[in-house]
Ligand binder design. Structure first.
Ligand code: MRU
Length: 343
């Protein structure tokens, strides 16, 4: 995708290390950082400088290539990276793609191949998801499932980008996504850069807008999908799915097959990340002079709970938009998707 007319990627291998957008600085500025060690990469994932399920998989794959280049043991590096965040299964997929490499050159080749396959999958998700769009479709999304989360395209936003290029004039309603505000900070930024019409809403406004007929389609990404189609995604997704079902609005999940974890029989087996309570108790933003400050939102000493993801049960999901087509969120639908990859 282009930023200010310049082609940019969220994550990129370079001779110095892994160059990446530091997503914590957006939307105030586009900051480029370089992870020069496995520890740098692990910290970038933990602090969410690099985030989004498929992207952390790609980043972790390159981090193992970095370990191989530095002559470090891949197993120890993979263990460190795997400990960073528990919910997105793509992290393990990226590590598995590289950890068996015999030398630095083959580790880098494996990481690049994993990255390229992810880009191709995201582009295919865009093409399949286009079927959900008519002229002027008003789509509600949550969190950030665009090219900052999935190299070059996104998952939920990939069909939106294609719909816009096809002249279908989609309108995106963006949930702010407390506490980290990925919707407010990242999705709005991406959409503005692409010139796509959108409006930001407070998280609490989603059900009201669905009830009032302002939403035609709900489309989100996922961090891990169980074998039965239950889908973990950013906290707040489940509430949107419930509201969509109550008002007969279709709720779809867009995700590559690398997000499906058939070792989890149902969503109950998906580990849900608990993050620091400070994320809920404070908020960060720029003041009128553009200086970024963190402010306290609740009385000192308030206790807060901060589950970072929730699980939407499969029966609320109209379908999963994958790189091999839109499949039902069922055991059979998921089995069919994997069968298609063998054709
Ligand atoms: O905590 P984050 O920002 O990494 O969470 C990201 C999400 O929940 C996205 O919706 C998900 O990774 C899908 S991205 C294509």
């Amino acid at each position: 995708m282009k930023v200010g007319g310049r082609e940019m990627r969220a994550v990129e291998w370079s001779e110095d290390g892994i160059r990446h957008i530091d997503q914590r600085a957006l939307p105030e500025r586009v900051a480029i950082a370089t992870a020069r060690s496995v520890e740098d990469a692990a910290r970038a994932i933990e602090t969410m400088a690099v985030r989004g399920a498929p992207l952390i998989g790609v980043f972790a794959a390159y981090a193992l290539a970095l370990a191989a280049k530095r002559g470090e043991p891949l197993d120890a590096a993979a263990e460190r990276l795997l400990r960073t965040r528990p919910t997105a299964v793509n992290l393990a997929r990226g590590l598995d793609a590289v950890r068996g490499a015999a030398d630095a050159a083959s580790a880098l080749a494996a990481a690049r191949a994993y990255d390229d396959a992810g880009v191709a999958a995201a582009a295919a998700i865009g093409r399949h998801g286009l079927a959900l769009f008519r002229h002027g479709t008003r789509v509600l999304t949550h969190c950030n499932a665009g090219w900052l989360a999935v190299q070059d395209w996104g998952t939920a936003l990939a069909p939106v980008y294609l719909a816009a290029r096809e002249g279908l004039a989609p309108f995106v309603i963006v949930g702010e996504t407390r506490p980290r505000l990925q919707g407010a900070r990242l999705t709005t930024w991406e959409l503005r850069e692409e010139g796509i019409a959108h409006a930001l809403i407070a998280d609490g406004a989603a059900a009201h807008l669905i009830q009032r007929g302002a939403v035609d389609l709900v489309l989100t990404g996922a961090d891990r999908i169980a074998a039965n189609g239950d889908a973990a995604n950013k906290i707040g997704t489940y509430g949107r799915a419930l509201a969509a079902r109550a008002h007969a609005i279709p709720f779809y999940v867009a995700a590559p097959l690398t997000t499906i974890d058939r070792a989890c029989a149902t969503g109950d087996a998906i580990p849900i990340e608990e993050r620091d309570a400070e994320e809920v108790l404070t908020a960060e933003g720029a003041d009128a002079g553009g200086v970024v400050t963190r402010v306290r939102l609740a009385p000192e000493g308030t206790r807060a709970l901060n589950p970072a993801f929730d699980v939407t049960p499969a029966h609320l999901i109209a379908g999963i938009v994958t790189e091999v087509g839109i499949v039902p969120a069922t055991v059979a639908g998921i089995a069919e998707a994997f069968r298609r990859t063998k054709d």
